[in-house]
Design a protein. Sequence first.
Length: 592
Amino acid sequence: MTDTLQSDGEIKQGLDRFRQISEISKLINEGIDLNDLLTRLTEAVCRHSDWSISSVLVMDEARQMSVSAARYDPLLTFKREGAGFEWDLMGSPILEIVSKGRPMIMQDASEQEKYPAFQRDAQLRGYRTVVLVPLRFPDEQGRPIVFCVLADEVVDVSETELSFLQCLADLADIAVRRMQILRQETAEAERLREITVNLTSALTTTLDPDHASDLYGGLSRLFTTGWFAIDLTTGQMLFDRAGASPLLQKMCDRLPESVVRTAMKADAARGDQTVRLLVEDETLSALMRPLVIDGTRVGALFLLNVETLAASEQVAADAGRLALSSLILRNYMAFKTREHASRRLIGQLCQGDLRDLGELREEARLLGFDLDRPMYLIGLRSLGEDPLEEDSHSFVQRSAQTLFGQVLSYKDGREVYLLVLDDDTIRDGKLRDRFLQRIRPIMPETVAVMSDRIDRLQEVAPAREACRWNLQVAEAMGARDWVTRRTVGSFPSLMASVSHRVADQFLSDTIARVAENGSGKGDTVLETLEAYLATGRRPQETADLLGIHVSTLRYRLGRIAEKSGIDLNDPDECFELELALRIHKFRISYQK
C-alpha cells in the first residue's frame, strides 16, 4: 500500500514537473528579444518551481567582473537592497563554470570559502543553496552567460531537479536560436525590400544616360564594399563617382589594359569568376559577372572584395547586371545601327559602286561623315585565328572616334576597316600609336596600315585593295603594329598599289602560258627563265647557276621560245618577262 502511494506521488510529481516545463516554455517563447527572453526565464523558473530567486550572470572578461544581467527576486528585503549587482570575477564561480561547461551546485553558498565574492553576496542577500547552469549562447555583446537559481534555505538538489534546470537552459537555447533565425529572415526580407526599392527606381531610368547616377548610387548602396563595370561597347568604366575610392577614380582617368582584358574574358557560360586586378601596384579582389545583350557580351560587372554571394546578394547582383545591361543597351543598339549602315556604305565604296552618289552622300551625312572631304583608309588585322566579336569591333570604333573624330567602320572576319577624315589628328604618328595602344587589350597582336590620302571616292576601292594586300604581306613577314613601305619594302608596297585584276591580266599575258598551272615541268621552265634573265642572258653563267650543261640550257630555251612564242632576244619583252616572274614569285610566296 505504501509503495502504491509512493508511486502515485512520484507520478503526480512528474506530471507537475511536465506542466511546469510547458508553462515556462510558453513564457520563454513569448520573448521579443534576448534581454526579454532572459528576464522571462528568471521569472518563470521562480513562479513554477520551489526556487526563490533566479538570475542570469554575465562573464565580463574585459572588466574582470561577474555581472547580473537579469534577475527575479520577489522577496527583495532591505538587507538585499544593499547588495550590488556585480562582483570580482576571480571571487565568483562563473569563470570555472564557463571553462568547464558543466553545472555547479553549491549546497550552502554563505558557508563555502572558495568563492569569497559569492560568499559575501550570499550572506548579504540571505540565500543558501545555489545551482548554476552554463548557457550555450552569449549575450548581445558576445559574452558568456550562466543561468542561476537560488534557495533561501539549504536544500538537496536531486538528479531530477538538475535535469529540470538543464532542460530549461536547453529550452532557452532553442528559443534564442529561433529568435536568431527569425532575425536573419527579417534582415533578409528587409534587404530584399531595399534591393527592390533601389533597383525599381533605378531601372526606370536605365535607358536615359542623364539619370545613370541614380542607378550607380543604388548599386553602391547594395554593394557597400565597392563595384565598377566595364562597358566594352564604348571602352568606358561605369561607377559611382560620389562614393568611389581614390583608386577607382584613378582607374577611370586611365583605364588599365589588364582590366579591359579581364573584362573580355567574362563568359556567361562560366558564370561568376573570382579575379585579381592589378591597379597602381595594388591588387584588387573581385567577383566578375558578364554583361550580356542578346547573347553578345557587352561588358562585365566587378563586385570588389567579394568571393561568394548570399541569396539576397545574388538577387542584387542579377538585378544590377540587368540594370547595367539595359543601360548599355542604348549604346549597343546605336552601334549596331551605325555598324550596319557603315558596312553597307563602305561596302559600296570599296566595290567601286558609285552609281548613286547622292544617296551615298546622304547616308554618310546621317552618319555624321562628309564624303566630299579628303580621307584615309585604315586597315587592321588581328593575328589570332578567331574573327573579332561585336564588342571588340565596337571598342575599336569608339577608340578611333575618340582620337580621330567621326569614322566609318566595318568588320570583315579578322579585319576592321576605318574611313577617317583628313586632319591633323590622323597625320599625327603619336596619336596613331596611341590608338593602337588603346585597342591593344582587344587586339593584342595587330597589324595596321594606312592608305595614301584619298581625294576622290573612286580611290576608295583601290585603297582598300592595297590595304588588304599590305596586311596580308605584313602578316606573312611577321610585321606588327603600323606597317609602312619601309617595313615591308618598296616592291611589296608597289605591288599592293596595283589591283589584283591588273596584276592577273599582266601575268596572263606574259608567263601564264609557260607556267603550266604550277606543274613540275612549269616550275622548271620558270626557274630556267629566272636564272637566264638574272645573269643578263649569258648562257654559260646560267648553265653553271642551274648546274646543267650549256647545250641542255640552249635546248630548253629553244623549246620555251618555240612553245610560248617568247622572243628572248628582245630587251623589252625580256624586261616584261622578268617583272612578271618577280610578281609571280612574290604573290606565290604570300599566298601559301
